[in-house]
Design a protein around this ligand. Structure first.
Ligand SMILES: [Ca+2]
Ligand SMILES: [Ca+2]
Ligand SMILES: [Ca+2]
Ligand SMILES: [Ca+2]
Length: 324
């Protein structure tokens, strides 16, 4: 953009003067800062790979204010702390590229990152602080002990507690997400466990509601983990941020319980949103044939809006079998 002021005989004024003071030219629009290349991993960064097999890594490189320098993309990897090796990204079309992590024995650890050259900004690194901080994958066998999305393979879990409203229920979330409740389940099959699935004022009131799993046999497991997606919101109502969400494990079928995690009464994950929790079971309880988990959500004291949900529950064992 340019502005010019023209004076003088040719412009209709042979004499006179003009004063300008405090001149400002502005635009209401924010400056648009184009990112350069947009590099991402559509399938995520692998953290666990199968032993003795290559692992594909899918990379998306979307041109923004610049273009991708053809052939410049590299996957860098280091096995068990060794020197980095590079392998080129192979174009798949549609801005997607492919490279493979190498086959490594069970128990090996692969650190890896990507480098891509943009036509004007030079080399970009993903993750940006690599090689100081890289993606890391471990080669292990993973055996699923139980996994459920709470759809067709619904386990026979039980509920308990004395809450007047908002008891745990396996259902589609029906509240539209406008009252601290999840608008939808986590893993996309519609159903999950949640406190009071109905629309409107359907949160936990005056007591605790408890969701208990079946009993699982971990006596033959090597290094089992538990993972689940959870939702917790206690920041609404007349007395926000005063109630808790407690998760516990048992190795004796529920006779005694050990805390795994406690959410609330304050903290970053008490305002709703799905978060995935993952724990190494042997960090908390002995591996027996009577493993069990329970989730307790309560509204004690003054009335608070308390909502919780659980989805994508899985217990799996990590091992190297006979080869590790
Ligand atoms: Ca689900
Ligand atoms: Ca509810
Ligand atoms: Ca309440
Ligand atoms: Ca309360």
């Amino acid at each position: 953009m340019a502005v010019r002021f023209l004076f003088g005989f040719l412009h209709g004024a042979d004499r006179g003067r003009i004063g300008l003071d405090d001149v400002e030219l502005t635009t209401d629009a924010s400056p648009v800062i184009q990112p350069s290349l947009d590099v991402s991993l559509p399938d995520g960064a692998a953290t666990q790979v199968a032993p003795d097999a290559t692992t594909p890594i899918l990379v998306r490189v979307q041109p923004r204010a610049e273009s991708y320098v053809s052939g410049s993309g590299l996957l860098h990897y280091s096995i068990d702390g060794g020197a980095y090796v590079t392998t080129p990204l192979t174009p798949l079309g549609d801005s997607e590229y492919y490279a493979a992590l190498p086959a490594v024995p069970c128990g090996s650890i692969i650190d890896y990152y990507l480098s891509i050259q943009g036509s004007t900004s030079g080399i970009q690194i993903l993750p940006p602080t690599a090689p100081a901080h890289t993606f890391t994958a471990i080669a292990t066998n993973v055996e699923t002990i139980v996994a459920t999305d709470f759809g067709s393979n619904d386990p026979t879990w039980t509920t308990a507690g004395d809450a007047v409203n908002g008891a745990w229920s396996r259902s589609e979330p029906l509240g539209h997400g406008d009252a601290g409740d999840p608008p939808s389940d986590f893993d996309g099959n519609v159903t999950c466990w949640l406190t009071g699935p109905d629309d409107g004022d359907a949160d936990v009131d005056d007591g605790v509601t408890i969701l208990l799993t079946d009993t699982y046999d971990l006596s033959g497991s090597v290094d089992p983990y538990i993972t689940y997606a959870r939702w917790f919101n206690n920041d609404g109502g007349d007395s926000p941020l005063e109630d808790e969400f407690l998760v516990e494990a048992s190795d004796d079928g529920g006779a005694t319980w050990t805390p795994i995690e406690l959410l609330g009464p304050t903290g970053p994950q008490v305002h709703g949103g799905w978060y995935v929790a993952r724990f190494r079971i042997s960090d908390f309880v002995t591996l027996t044939d009577q493993f069990r988990v329970r989730w307790q959500v309560s509204d004690y004291g003054d009335d608070s809006r308390v909502e919780a949900a659980i989805d994508a529950f899985e217990v799996y064992d990590v091992s190297c079998g006979g080869s590790g």
